[in-house]
Structure formats: C-alpha cells, structure tokens
Design a binder for this molecule. Sequence first.
Ligand SMILES: Nc1ncnc2c1ncn2[C@@H]1O[C@H](COP(=O)(O)OP(=O)(O)OP(=O)(O)O)[C@@H](O)[C@H]1O
Ligand SMILES: [Mg+2]
Length: 738
Amino acid sequence: MSTGDGGGRDAPIHPRLLAMMNAARYYGMELDPHEFRAGPDETVPSAAALSAWAQGSGMWSRALRLRWRHLMRLNTGSPVILLLDDGTAALLVGASIEAKVVALRDPRSSDAEAPIQVDEMRLAEVWSGEAVLMRALREQTEADPPFTMSYLFGQVAKEKKSLRDLFLASFTISLLHLLPALMVMKVMDKVMQHQSYSTLFLISVLVGIMILFETLLSFGRRLIILVVGARIDARLNLHIFNRLVRLPLDYFERHPAGETMYKVSQVHKVREFITGKLLATVLDLITLVILLPFLFWINTTLAWMILVCSALIALIIVAFLKPMRAVYSKVLKAETSKQAALGETVFGMKTVKSLALEPQRKALWDERVAESGKWRLAMGKIANWPQTLVNPIERFMWVGVVLIGAYMTLEGEASMRLGGLISFMMLSQRVAQPLVGLARLMEDWEEIRGSMAQAADVLNRPIERDSASGGLRPKFAGAITFDDVTFTYAGTKLPALDRVSFSIPAGTMLGVVGRSGSGKSTLTRLLQGINREYSGFLKIDNADLREINLRHLRSNYGVVLQENFLFRGSIRDNILAGRPGLTLEDAVRAARLAGAEEFIERMPNGYETYVEEGSPNLSGGQRQRLAIARAVITDPRILILDEATSALDPESEALVNANLLRIARGRTMVIVSHRLSSLVDCDQIMVLERGELVDIAPHNVLLERCTVYRQLWAQQNRHLETQGSRHAAIAPTLVQGD
Ligand SMILES: Nc1ncnc2c1ncn2[C@@H]1O[C@H](COP(=O)(O)OP(=O)(O)OP(=O)(O)O)[C@@H](O)[C@H]1O
Ligand SMILES: [Mg+2]
C-alpha cells in the first residue's frame, strides 16, 4: 500500500492556480498550492476561492468583474489574472491603448515565450469578465496593527454611517427636550392667569407627542449602538484570535492558560465601555451644548449654580482618581492570579483528582479569593468616599435649585415666573446629567486603562516571525543537517543543545536517545521552528531553516508527542484535523498505517464515533494511534515521534512499532524514545548527553564503541528479555494487518 497520493501531492497544478502563483512570484511571494481551498461543489477554482487563497498567504487580493475598458486603464505594471471561460486562466501582462490590444501570457508557458497580443473581439470569445487582482501587502498591514486604545477608537470611527445617524438622533432628541420646556415657559403663566383649560390641554397633547417621538428616537439610538457594538465585537474577535494563534509557543508555555484567557477577555470590557458609557456621554454632551445657553437665558443665577455644582462634583472625583488607580491595579493583579488558579485547576483536573489534591487546590483558591476580595473591598471603600461627597451636591442640584427658584418667584423677580421655573427644572436635569456623567467617566477610565493594559500585555507581544507570508517554500526531500547548533532556553544558563553537528540523508530513520533532560525534545523543537534563537545552522535539504516559511515548514512535518490533544469531534474529524481536500478514504488509509483501523472499526459508530475534549472514551494506546494517523495523513516528508510510544502498554507499543517501518517508507523519521529496543532498526541512532552529541551511528556500532549507549542498553536489557518474547508472540497477528 502507499500513501504517496495522500492529499494529491504530485497531481499537476491547475492552470488557474499556476496563474496565481506566477502573479505572486512577480511580488516575490510563493503561494502554496496545497493551501488552496476550493469552495463547496467547485470543479474549477473560483475567483472568490483564489483571492481567499492569496489573502490567506498574506497578500492583498480581490475577485471582481472587469470590462475591456478597465483593462485598458489598469496599471499594467502588475499582472492581473483573467479567468477564462474554459476553466483556465491567463495573465494580463500589458495593454496598449493605441494598438487596442492586451498582452496575455499562458501560465503554463515558460517565461521566455513572448506574450500573446489579443484584441477586444478575440478576448470576448474566451473571457466574460472574471478577474482576480493581487498585490503584495506592505509590512505593517491592517491585518496586524498593534492593539491600542487608538486602534479601538479607529474601529468605532469606521462605523461612520452609524455614528452620523447617532449624532442626528441625539441632536433631534435634544431639540425635543427643548421645545416642550420653552412652550411651558411661554404659555404656563397665561394658563395660570386666564385659567385656560383648553390651552393646558393642547400643551399636554403636544408634550405627549414629543415624548412619544423622543421615546422612538431613543429606541433607535440604542439599537444603533447595539448593532455597532456587535459589529466591532465580531471584528475584534477575529483580530484577537489572529494575534493569539500567532504568538510563539514559548509564550503559552510560560503563562497559565487561565491568565491568558482572562486578560484577553478584558478587550470586550474596553469595547463595551467605548460604545456604551463613553459614546452615550459624548452624545449627551450634544444635549448639554444645545440646552446650556437656554438655561442661562431663562435664569443666569440658577444656571451658574448648576455649573458650579457640576464642577464641584468633577473636582471631588478627580481628587480621588490617584488613590483609586493605585488600588485598582492591585485588584487587577489579584483577579488575574485568581483566574490563573482556576484555569490551572480545571485544566489539571485529572491530576487533581487522581492525587486527591482537592484540599490543596481549594486552599490556594481560598487564598486567591481572599486576596482579590481584600483589594475589591479596599477599592470599594475608596470609591465610597467620592460617592458620599458627591451625593449632597447632586441632591442640591435637583432640589436646592427648585427651592431657590421658588424663592425668586415669590420675591417676584421679573425674570422668574412660574413658567420659567418649571421649564428650568425640565431642562436643568438634562444638563446636569452629562456633566456628572463626564466626571464619572474619568473614574471608569482608570479601570478601562487597566483592562486595556492587560489585554495589550498578551496581544501586543511579538508574534512568530511572519508565519503567513514571506519566506521560502521549497519542496522538501527530507535531508536534515545540524551544523554547530547551540541553543539555550531563555532564563536558563546551561545550553539545552551544545554545538550539535550531524546530518542525515532524506528518507532515513534517525533514533534519538539520551537521559531525561539531555535535549532530545529540544532538538525536535528546533526542527519545527518553535525555538528559533539558536546559533549555528540548521538546514532542511539545502535551505536554511530560518529562511523557510514557518507554515510551509510545519505543514511538511508530522509530529506525534507523548501527550496528544484530541479535539472535540468525530474520530474522522480528528484524523483529518480540518485539512482541506482530504476525504474519509484518506482517513481510513492513515488509520490503517497507524494501526488504528482495527479498533476504530470495533467502535460503535466507527469513524463517526464522537471524541470528547481530552478524549476520555479512548485508551492511551488508541489515542496515540489516532495521533499518529493524524500526523501521517498529509503524507509529511518528515515525521517526528517524541516519546510517542512511551505511555503505551507493551502490546500497543508493539503494534505501533510494527507499523513504524511501513510508516517510514519514503520519508525521513526522527524518533525520540526511551526504549532503545524500538530503535534498533533505525539507520542511525544519536546519543545525547547534557545537550552534547556523544555519538551517532547504527545500533551495532554504538553497542561496540559508545559507553553511554551501552549503559543505557544494559539498563534495559533485562526489561527487554520479557518484552522481546512478547514481541515475538504478537508479531504474527500484526503481519495480517498489513
Ligand atoms: N521551555 C523550556 N524552558 C526552559 N528550559 C527548558 C524548556 N524545555 C526544556 N528545558 C530544559 O532544557 C533541557 C533539555 O530538555 P528536553 O526537553 O530537550 O529534554 P529531553 O531530552 O526531551 O528530556 P525527556 O527525556 O525527559 O523528555 C532540560 O534541562 C530542560 O530543563
Ligand atoms: Mg522530551
């Protein structure tokens, strides 16, 4: 059997893809045809799918319909892809307005051939307007701006149309506030003097209508804010996730998942603030600007009182900002470590239960809860002060002004009649509200700044060197060369790999042995480009690893670790892992190769059996074989097994090992294992000791000349004897599975 065609590696590339790749090369970019994802039910690559492919690889691209006159006007310095009616494509490489022709190139032709000159008539016969444009993106692109307040405000500002509607609505609402008040002022005194019931009734009806309008407008205003908020949230979520998955693995190893999740979720708090309180207050300020002059017009003294009271409130709040800021940062810190503890306990629940660590975890939790409670209380106590001090002033604004106004009216001040007083009361609340709101906003701002800093702490870390675009995309054969490679983990003193040099040809099996901590996993991590700060050279075939596009590199690997995470979904989904263009047949083939077929078929629903997160319904051996199937499904050139079989019982291990030779056919294997017995078939075995390469040779040679290897072998020898006899007993049944 063969997996050579798994994923259709060697099939000829579709001319439309070729055209795209040619155009990309014009900008010095390489598109990987294996990353192209056809839409559902597409027999030929569509314009939309093609442009999505280019975008996914970090280029700017649009699918659109063009006409002849557009072609004449296009800046032909850059190629345009014309999708022809017969399902192929042509590259538009030039246009001449005088000669009325365009120059087209067949993507399948060599660069040496001259482009074909085509006029409007002839083009119309083969082309009905479908085209894809493509351009390289500049370094810092829209897809990847740093995460700051101004980025968030920018997101809000993008919603120009909604914002305009909001301002209009607010403006109208302010006018609707104003009119009844003015009417009351003008008419109320007459009503009183002349006891005019009908006028009063008329006013009431008008006021009623205005209230109705105002209610409707406010409803609309809130709706717009909701929609804008939801739209921004959707964009934010995409952006956040993009940043998060592009952070280097290092980051996730050093920070608890719970902490990361908590910090990232703070983004939404900031967003809510911006489209919630902040926007509302800004809109209310419109009301303020419109109404304030009228207050002064009605009664200057009272208007000043409102202003002075508001200023007092603002002063009080500002005075407390500094102490609040100090305490709030403590609250945030305590809250973060509380979330980290919760996350750790949930993610490690298996260990917590099996070691009966519940009391300890609970004690830790209690401690964190107490700490966060303590600071929240402290925060509350401080926040209580401005609230207490502000309260009487606010009350005075509502009641005091009325009383003083009433006094003025009684004294018979010319400017202050009953109508005036009532309308002043109607308006003054609308003015004081945004003034106080503005002061409150400063209070919230502190909190929001803290939240923002937390989110930025995660999201603005340097991401892996551009994994989507740039870099070489060579076709791998699978030869690996280490040339004087030294690597030290950040924060440690001793190098994990120390001047390691070796080289293995493509298609061979390399075993890696060494004591715990000798640098075996580190070696595989360097190969995968997880840690890139090594010195020396690391080459795949003849390409420097640092120069290779990260995603391309990793998609050429299959990796199986000791513990493999299976995602929630069917067994089939887990083996395919959402890769494009793969079918159930591929899954079955990979499962057979990994020795997983037999148990999958015994499962109640076969390949459709549901696997829960963390896969509790599978045994360790089954899980491991699924992981191997998942790793080999794309027919990777290089397969890395890091202690992939150590957690298995001898029977499952024998099963996997028996398949290893079949799996290894036609690819390079790097197998890290503690069990030397499973490595005897390797072409070369490398012995590591404290990060240094002690020796590299086949098993027999090592037994003779390498002391460390002999020691390790001797330690396992007795162990081997019993296992060896088991191997023999199982082997015949395995051969049948082939
Ligand atoms: N993420 C890390 N940060 C810091 N130091 C690390 C990290 N990972 C490994 N190390 C250190 O690097 C050295 C080599 O670790 P490595 O994981 O490569 O060993 P190993 O040979 O795979 O061991 P084992 O057989 O136990 O898996 C060890 O001393 C280890 O403490
Ligand atoms: Mg290891």
